[in-house]
Design a protein around this ligand. Structure first.
Ligand SMILES: Cc1cc2nc3c(=O)[nH]c(=O)nc-3n(C[C@H](O)[C@H](O)[C@H](O)COP(=O)(O)OP(=O)(O)OC[C@H]3O[C@@H](n4cnc5c(N)ncnc54)[C@H](O)[C@@H]3O)c2cc1C
Length: 445
């Protein structure tokens, strides 16, 4: 049976394989999904739940003897209700497909990730994905009105709530968002859409050496207000490495060399007001010496070129394999200090490894890639150094990617033992035979 399973189902984007599964199921409907889980539960067969496999925490990758349950065939956009701005979709709909179908009707789904062409809406909800526009639209949780989920025993909780306000008892949908497939399998969702913004402009700024990222963020929030839709920071090493990659679109002015850069995006309803807002902001920040230089997109292609600098991450990672990736959450104001301290210690302890720091700093989320790390000891040292910079219980070991298997050993840095016990109580109530994504997030006794 295993021989028939294509290799692509054996791991997620992190590339780590955990074992040989016993089979692959690809249901087309909630009923088919329910009957697969009912049978698996009766025979105590553990299941690995898979969306688009773009996750980087090892959650979707099967272990030995697991049954893969892929949602890829539950990919129907059932309805786009333009009167109320709601979409009803199957969990297997690819994010980009929903965005482009909704955009044809003047609406869009505001969650946006670089993995948009492959990740699925069900996977986005299961990981509570963030992405580049959380500062304006929130995480996936804020865009899900309700969902239909299949429990481990095959019972179906649904149909998805589509009311904006509904306080009739517990919000059961919320339980599944961010639970990484450990409490149930998301089958269908009711989503909030937003009107396509008529104007979007992107600005890339180089920071002065003494400028604090937190001050730039605060000024951007105050000046650009509701128009601010992305605030992405790239530290010096990232900018340098991205500019060294082939492709003219990454050729920034030489003033960006050796500097931290911030990509700022704004959205609005008319060009003139958005452009004058940006001009006021940039002029003010240049005059007080916060910014050294700025590049403004004048067309969609310019904007794409600026985003390409930020989206260079996949290529940068490829050149640093085997690497250790981080997805940490820290409170505003602490980013520069965390990055500086981690860089100093990494350089001292592991001078052979490169590191790049970047992230959705507008929502407190910092990413880092450190590599190549060829031995287990090197990887453990990198973890020790980076996680060692985080204030216990006031930071997150994963702001958006999820715990999966990779971050399981560090969970108690961000959660108390009491919180972990409550999670386990919930898990054993909802999945008493521990068949759903066993060993992800935490281990059950
Ligand atoms: C280039 C790149 C850029 C990325 N950028 C971002 C980013 O900016 N922000 C961000 O948050 N993430 C980002 N990611 C990570 C990833 O794309 C997200 O975590 C995404 O939400 C995963 O969706 P998926 O469908 O690929 O899920 P998978 O990888 O298949 O699964 C992820 C987890 O969800 C579970 N799961 C999947 N579908 C279901 C379902 N229907 N029901 C229950 N459980 C399910 C899986 O078991 C697994 O535990 C990025 C990844 C890549 C490769």
């Amino acid at each position: 049976m295993t021989a028939a399973i294509d290799d692509t189902y054996l791991n997620d984007w992190s590339g780590t394989r955990y074992g040989t599964p016993v089979g692959l199921e690809r249901p087309r409907t909630t009923d088919e999904l329910a009957s697969i889980l009912r049978e698996a539960n009766q025979s105590r067969l553990p299941c690995a739940i898979q969306g688009g496999r773009t996750g980087v925490s090892g959650g979707a990758s099967p272990s030995n003897h697991e049954l893969i349950v892929s949602l890829e065939r539950m990919n129907q956009i059932e309805e786009i209700d333009t009167a109320s701005g709601i979409a009803i979709v199957g969990a297997g709909v690819v994010l980009e497909n929903l965005q482009s179908e909704a955009e044809k009707l003047g609406w869009t789904f505001p969650i946006d990730l670089a993995s948009r062409g492959t990740c699925q809406i069900g996977g986005n909800a299961a990981t509570n994905a963030g992405g580049c526009r959380v500062i304006k639209y929130g995480t996936t949780r804020q865009s899900v009105l309700g969902l239909e989920a299949v429990l481990a025993n095959g019972e179906v909780l649904g149909p998805p709530n589509r009311l904006l306000k509904n306080n009739a008892g517990y919000s059961l949908s919320s339980l599944f968002i961010g639970s990484e497939g450990t409490l149930g399998v998301i089958a269908r969702l009711a989503l909030r859409l937003v009107p396509v913004p008529p104007v979007r402009r992107t600005l890339l700024v180089a920071l002065n050496e003494t400028t604090n990222v937190a001050d730039v963020l605060a000024a951007a929030k105050l000046s650009l207000r509701d128009a601010l839709s992305a605030f992405e920071v790239m530290w010096e090493d990232f900018v340098e490495a991205a500019m060294a990659l082939p492709g003219n679109e990454r050729q920034l002015p030489s003033s960006f060399r050796g500097r931290r850069a911030v990509l700022i995006e704004v959205e609005g309803s008319d060009e003139a007001s958005i452009e004058s807002l940006l001009e006021l902001y940039v002029t003010g920040q240049m005059e007080d010496g916060t910014l050294l230089d700025a590049v403004l997109s004048l067309s969609n292609q310019d904007a794409q070129d600026l985003w390409n600098v930020r989206d260079s991450v996949a290529e940068l990672q490829a050149g640093m394999r085997p690497y250790v990736g981080f997805d940490i959450g820290v409170t505003p104001g602490k980013h520069d200090a965390v990055v500086t301290a981690a860089k100093i210690e990494l350089l001292r302890s592991l001078p052979q490894c490169k590191s790049v720091f970047f992230g959705h700093v507008g929502d407190g989320n910092l990413h880092a890639v450190v590599g190549p790390c060829n031995s287990r000891e090197e990887r453990a040292e990198v973890d020790r150094i980076v996680y060692g910079q985080l204030p216990p219980l006031e930071s997150s070991i994963t702001a958006e990617h999820g715990v999966g298997r990779k971050r399981k050993p560090f969970l108690l840095k961000s959660r108390t033992q009491t919180e972990l016990n409550a999670m386990k109580t919930l898990k054993s109530a909802m999945d008493p035979n521990n068949i759903l994504n066993r060993g992800r997030i935490f281990d059950m006794p």
